[in-house]
Design a protein around this ligand. Structure first.
Ligand SMILES: [Zn+2]
Length: 293
């Protein structure tokens, strides 16, 4: 085999592996009807990728820009609800993975929204996600951008508040899945009552994540521990997250359509979910710890 041929094969493998790490699930691009979840919070995502529009008299906040090709779909969902895409003043994300942030550059450009991102996820957002610290494989530093880089307008720190109109969102650092994974909380008024809303960033250990001896992210396991402590400490009535499957979005939507009391008010479901995810994390950590001993 010639040197040139080997070089070409190697380059192809690097690029291919970089892409293979980021595979689209079919439900990510399936449209989903937009709807009001509760109070001033609306669902404007696809079947598999959650996006939330929070409306205020001073303009709107959008959480998660999803894939680049999701942007026209998000826009259409916002307009179907009777709001203006151009009223999007603030753009937030759950974490710096392409399925939640690849559309951000386009949304900033189209709406002029200010992009606010948790400090530890800012480098990934601004270089297009070249590194994937969780995995720590030989391909994780292949330099393949996963999405168009976007400039962050405000760097957030744990506990920072994002205010617009009468809405106050709090950014909770819940790291592990990425270094800056953010869980958003807010209070929402509906039917004369006030509810605590939690939008979970991600508690998941993805396939290939290295929890032990991870040179790119040495504190990954203790970050997951910290994240579970934070999630367990948050008061939650309305349980939401970065993917609908965290909280059974589709089934709850169907129950809402059938006229049931708001199924998104689910404090028990939140506790069960967090406990189950923590157990899964601990099992994976034990397995990886045993494998290196
Ligand atoms: Zn992710």
């Amino acid at each position: 085999m010639s040197k040139m041929f080997r070089f070409l094969i190697f380059t192809f493998m690097l690029v291919f592996a970089g892409r293979a790490l980021a595979q689209e699930a079919p439900d990510w691009t399936n449209p989903f009807p937009p709807y009001r979840i509760i109070g001033n919070i609306y669902y404007v995502g696809s079947q598999g990728l959650a996006s939330y529009l929070i409306t205020t008299p001073q303009g709107n906040i959008l959480i998660n820009s999803n894939l680049e090709k999701s942007v026209p779909m998000i826009r259409e969902s916002i307009e179907k609800l009777g709001f203006r895409f151009s009223d999007t003043k603030i753009l937030l994300i759950s974490h710096a993975h392409w399925d939640h942030c690849a559309g951000s550059a386009a949304i900033k450009e189209l709406t002029g929204a200010k992009y606010m991102v948790m400090d530890a996820d800012v480098p990934a957002i601004e270089d297009g996600g070249k590194l994937n610290f969780g995995r720590d494989t030989k391909f994780s530093d292949s330099g393949v951008s996963q999405y168009q880089p976007a400039k962050v307008d405000r760097v957030l720190h744990d506990g920072d508040q994002v205010k617009l109109g009468d809405t106050v969102l709090t950014a909770h650092l819940t790291p592990g899945h990425t270094k800056g994974t953010t869980t958003w909380t807010m209070k929402v008024a509906d039917g004369g009552k006030t509810y605590n809303v939690v939008i979970v960033g991600s508690p998941n250990v993805n396939p290939g994540y290295k929890l032990v001896n991870n040179a790119l992210y040495p504190q990954i396991a203790s970050d997951y521990e910290r994240m579970f402590r934070v999630l367990k400490s948050l008061p939650c009535d309305v349980f939401l997250g970065a993917h609908g499957n965290y909280y059974g979005m589709e089934a709850k939507y169907a129950r809402m359509k059938a006229g049931e009391p708001n199924p998104f008010i689910d404090p028990e479901g939140y506790k069960i979910y967090v406990a189950e995810r923590e157990q899964t994390f601990r099992a994976e950590l034990a397995k990886q710890t045993a494998a290196v001993q």
